[in-house]
Design a protein around this ligand. Structure first.
Ligand code: UFG
Length: 329
């Protein structure tokens, strides 16, 4: 099969490309390299640099390549930035996806797997969160992802396109080789920031609030290894290729860890005391987000393999220790 991966030079996209190629699939990548990295592009993939908002560019790739299915990671994904620059998110995430769907429909492409997020739920009504729970995003990023899901739904009904939307919880960890991993120019995520302390890039890490109604007062999240996310995308492509209907799945381990527990696990992995400073809460952070991934397990046959938090952090550490500046030389 030939799979087109949009955003295949980014964090989750590049790990999915590596997994696809390991399994013998033929891969075409489109990435504008705005947040992706050329160094993360697998050497066996055919790479086209360009933007999904550029219809002529997309058409030229669809004309040239014989694509069986599309996996769509190409989006902006910083919650904080989405609140200060919402129109950037509407432009890239929503307008970009609109152009993509126009090009796909024009080329008779009818299968797409898409990166969605736990941020579509907003403040959860219960834990663990089910796919059928209410979706009321509390930030622009989540809102654009929810709108993208709806764009797929209505386009699918009109044009016979089928989609799988994968709502990730907290993506983390790195490829077993230690050669690709998380590398954001503006880093906001907990695990990479924690690991900057033993890497001597920061003195301490902030704990954003210790007065939440949780066991130790810090926020609880469901951390899911990027390789397990990659495996879910491949199962979702298979699901669509077998002719199944459009669907939405949560992807998480179903286990919650507090911020303090993550820092403690990182201390064990790195042997560093990792200094912390408690700071005020970060706006918009729900106290607790834990997925029910029963649906993905039952319907897709997905089973996360990396459930041990120290193992997950060790894989991230292997990458960050060797590449303290990400892909930058
Ligand atoms: N945190 C800290 N200190 C830091 C960074 C984060 O205490 O220096 C805390 C946050 O407050 C949060 C937890 O660590 O409680 C995890 O924060 P991240 O920024 O790593 O991840 P989020 O849970 O905010 O975000 C993740 C995804 C988003 C997605 C969101 C859904 O990265 O893409 O879940 O709510 F939108």
């Amino acid at each position: 099969m030939t799979i087109l991966v949009l955003g295949g030079a980014g964090y989750i996209g590049s790990h999915t490309v590596f997994e696809l190629i390991d399994r013998g699939e033929d891969v075409v990548i489109i990435d504008n390299l705005e947040t992706g990295h050329i160094e993360a592009v697998h050497p066996k993939a055919r790479f086209y640099q360009g933007d999904i908002r550029d219809r002529a560019f997309l058409d030229s790739v669809f004309d040239k390549e014989k694509i069986d299915a599309v996996i769509h990671f190409a989006a902006n994904s910083l919650v904080g930035e989405s609140m200060t620059n919402p129109l950037k998110y509407y432009d890239n995430n929503l307008c970009g996806t609109k152009v993509l769907l126009e090009s796909m429909v024009a080329h008779g492409m009818d299968k797409i797997v898409f990166s969605s997020t736990a941020a579509t739920y907003g403040e959860p009504e219960r834990i663990p969160i089910l796919e059928s729970d209410k979706t009321e995003p509390t930030n622009t990023y989540g809102e654009t992802k929810l709108s993208m899901e709806k764009m797929f739904k209505w386009t699918g009904l009109a044009h016979g396109l089928r989609y799988v939307s994968l709502r990730y919880f907290n993506a983390c960890g790195a490829h077993k080789s230690g050669e690709i991993g998380e590398a954001h120019t503006t880093e906001t995520h907990l695990i990479p920031l924690v690991l900057q302390v033993p890497n001597k890039q920061r003195e301490s890490v902030g704990i954003y609030g210790d007065d939440y109604d949780t066991k130790d007062g810090t926020c609880i999240r469901d951390y899911i290894h990027v390789t397990d996310l990659a495996a879910a995308h491949i199962l979702a492509v298979k699901y669509l290729v077998e002719g199944n209907e459009s669907n939405i799945f949560n992807l998480g381990n179903g286990i919650g860890f507090t911020v303090k527990e993550i820092i403690e696990a990182a201390r064990k992995v790195t042997g560093d005391p990792i200094k912390t400073v408690v700071t005020p809460r970060r706006a918009g952070d729900p106290a607790q987000l834990i997925a029910s991934s029963e649906k993905a397990r039952t319907i897709l046959g997905w089973k996360p393999e990396h459930t041990d938090i120290e193992e997950i952090i060790a894989s991230a550490w292997k990458w960050h220790e060797k590449h303290p500046n990400g892909f930058a030389k």
